[in-house]
Design a protein around this ligand. Structure first.
Ligand code: TXA
Ligand code: MG
Length: 347
């Protein structure tokens, strides 16, 4: 494929939609090409959701299994009405409270987006991002934009344009570089076709926030049970994994110190994922990466994927990670960490 263009753009620039960079990226989308752009969660890889050929290019560039449907990104409610058959009162409440923002709603599909987007399901996942660059490029293209995270399938989601470039250079038409993303983990995916609504993937909007607005909320049992498939097809795949084997260590510092010495005794290079508060606790680790502050879990979410990618550059053989409370955004952090560790937890 042709060279991947990089367009630097200042998210705070006035009249972003009419800047040459946004116009150039939107033109590619209109031509059926695929481009990456920042959202408030992670970078997305966008294409025209109505055009089968564009959607196929997304799956190809990512190496994504075709049974894993994509989220359609919109800039206004009129686009939502074109895509789904109904927005019932609970979905309306969620839209009112959390859009634009890191919440994806699974709604009954009208069948107006390509079948490849929904992977043949009767529902469609929709979200209205709040990032100014995402909003500008969707508006400028005047299209519903199908956009999974802009990583090669299985890799940590990208929170910087450099991550996208590393994974997808030469495979996509361009990247809008709007700097680091804010939230750092992906949107919360909520199935609005069940009563009560069901969280299919924990993310940027917490369960506590959802309950405050709509009352009871269930969790997809497939997220925690091994005998039941998750309802969001993407949640069944191995994901986010660094190349070294990673273990979560809930017992914390002193147990991690023991593990470091026994691994080093076997000649292995050991990495530790820690936090500002505890970084002094592992003097013998070969590579120590600090992932935010425990006292502010949003900072852990913000740094998580960048830290996971960094371990690959540091060429460690094994990684031990601290764990976090499953409260608020901590739930999304622990979900991504356990996937990165392939479910490996050490007592
Ligand atoms: O924050 C985000 O959501 C980012 C940014 C780019 O918007 N996007 C993202 O997309 O994380 P992706 O494709 O990496 O994850 C979408 C998840 C997958 O687990 C997929 O299986 C699920 O949403 N999904 C999509 N459509 C669905 C549907 N109709 N029913 C159930 N799950 C669905
Ligand atoms: Mg993804």
């Amino acid at each position: 494929m042709a060279e991947t263009q990089v367009w630097r753009v200042d998210p705070n620039a006035p009249d972003l939609e009419h800047t040459p960079q946004i116009q150039a990226a939107a033109e590619k989308l209109v031509q059926g090409e695929i481009v990456a752009f920042p959202t408030e969660t992670v970078y997305g890889l966008g294409g025209n959701a109505k055009l089968q050929d564009s959607v196929r290019k997304i799956y190809e560039a990512k190496g994504r299994p075709s049974d894993n449907p994509l989220i359609v990104h919109v800039a206004n409610l009129e686009q939502v009405r074109e895509i789904c058959t109904e927005i019932h009162p609970v979905a309306q409440k969620l839209i009112h409270a959390f859009w634009p923002g890191p919440l994806t709603l699974v709604l009954p599909s009208r069948g107006t987006v390509s079948n490849a987007v929904t992977a043949g399901l009767s529902t469609v996942a929709i979200r209205m991002p709040s990032h100014p660059v995402a909003r500008a490029v969707i508006s400028a293209s005047n299209l519903p934009i199908a956009a999974p995270s802009a990583n090669r399938s299985g890799r940590p989601s990208p929170t910087q344009a450099e991550h996208v470039f590393h994974d997808l250079d030469g495979r996509i038409a361009g990247i809008l570089d709007g700097g680091e993303t804010g939230v750092g983990v992906e949107s919360t995916v909520v199935d609005c076709t069940t009563t009560p609504i069901t969280i299919l993937r924990p993310g940027g909007i917490t369960k506590e926030q959802l309950i405050e607005v709509v009352g009871p909320v269930s969790d997809d049992p497939g997220l925690v049970r091994s005998d039941q498939a998750p309802k969001a097809p993407g949640m069944k795949y191995k994901h986010y994994a660094p190349s070294a084997t990673m273990y979560l260590v809930p017992a914390g510092e002193s147990r991690i110190r023991e593990l470091i010495s026994s691994e080093k005794a076997k000649g292995r290079r050991v990495g530790v994922l820690t936090t500002e508060e505890k970084q002094g606790g592992y003097p013998d680790a070969d590579v120590l990466l600090v992932c935010g502050r425990r006292s502010e879990p949003s900072t852990v979410a913000h740094h998580l994927f960048d830290v996971l990618r960094h371990f690959d550059q540091k060429k460690v053989d094994v990684i031990f990670s601290e764990t976090f409370d499953q409260k608020g955004i901590g739930k999304a952090v622990m979900n991504r960490l356990s996937k990165a560790a392939g479910g490996r937890i050490l007592d």
